[in-house]
Design a protein around this ligand. Structure first.
Ligand code: ATP
Ligand code: MG
Length: 159
């Protein structure tokens, strides 16, 4: 069905504030006032953003804050939701592998955290089913940014 990704992301942010507090992280958001419709399953997409926000807390928590933004430049362009942290980031050679099942970057900061290495493989799987994709940018030492790209719902198909 059609859902408002802005409201969905807001809900995940609220649900993650407690965890963020445990990591000493503040979640900042830049979200539009108007809804942004996307086609998708709300439970699955909630899982996607829960995973990204949890990772940002667990691995990027040292940065003290997380920025979440959502935007669509115009109704015919893709919708982008970005979760950015200011932690240690991810070395370039690891980026292509982090969505593999059970892959965890073997550094102090990662290994110190509980996890199975499945989160991002599930994220990728869910996004593929939504014709969406994940992109990752990172400068080691400056943090990591995970962007989910959704196809637009054409205005004529909105309802
Ligand atoms: P799970 O999500 O199953 O509990 P996990 O968090 O280890 O376990 P993924 O979410 O798939 O698994 O992430 C894979 C690996 O990618 C992590 O173990 C970590 O090494 C790295 N990673 C993910 N997000 C970040 C981030 N924001 N900053 C730095 N490294 C990250
Ligand atoms: Mg994870």
């Amino acid at each position: 069905g059609q859902i408002d990704v802005v409201r969905l992301v807001e809900g995940v942010i609220e649900a993650t504030r407690h965890l963020a507090g445990e990591y000493g992280v503040v979640i900042e958001s830049t979200l539009p006032d108007a809804p942004i419709p996307i086609a998708g399953n709300p439970d699955e997409l909630t899982q996607v953003f829960e995973n990204l926000l949890e990772n940002a807390c667990k691995y990027g928590g040292a940065g003290g804050r997380i920025q979440v933004s959502a935007e669509q430049k115009n109704p015919l362009e893709e919708v982008r939701v970005t979760v950015r942290d200011f932690g240690p980031g991810i070395a370039e050679e690891h980026i292509p592998r982090i969505t593999e099942r059970f892959y965890r970057v073997d550094v102090e900061t990662s290994r110190a955290q509980k996890g199975t290495g499945l989160g991002l493989s599930i994220v990728k799987h869910i996004l593929t089913r939504h014709d969406a994709r994940l992109s990752v940018r990172s400068k080691p030492g400056e943090g990591a940014a995970f962007t989910v790209h959704f196809p637009p719902v054409p205005p004529a198909a909105r309802g």
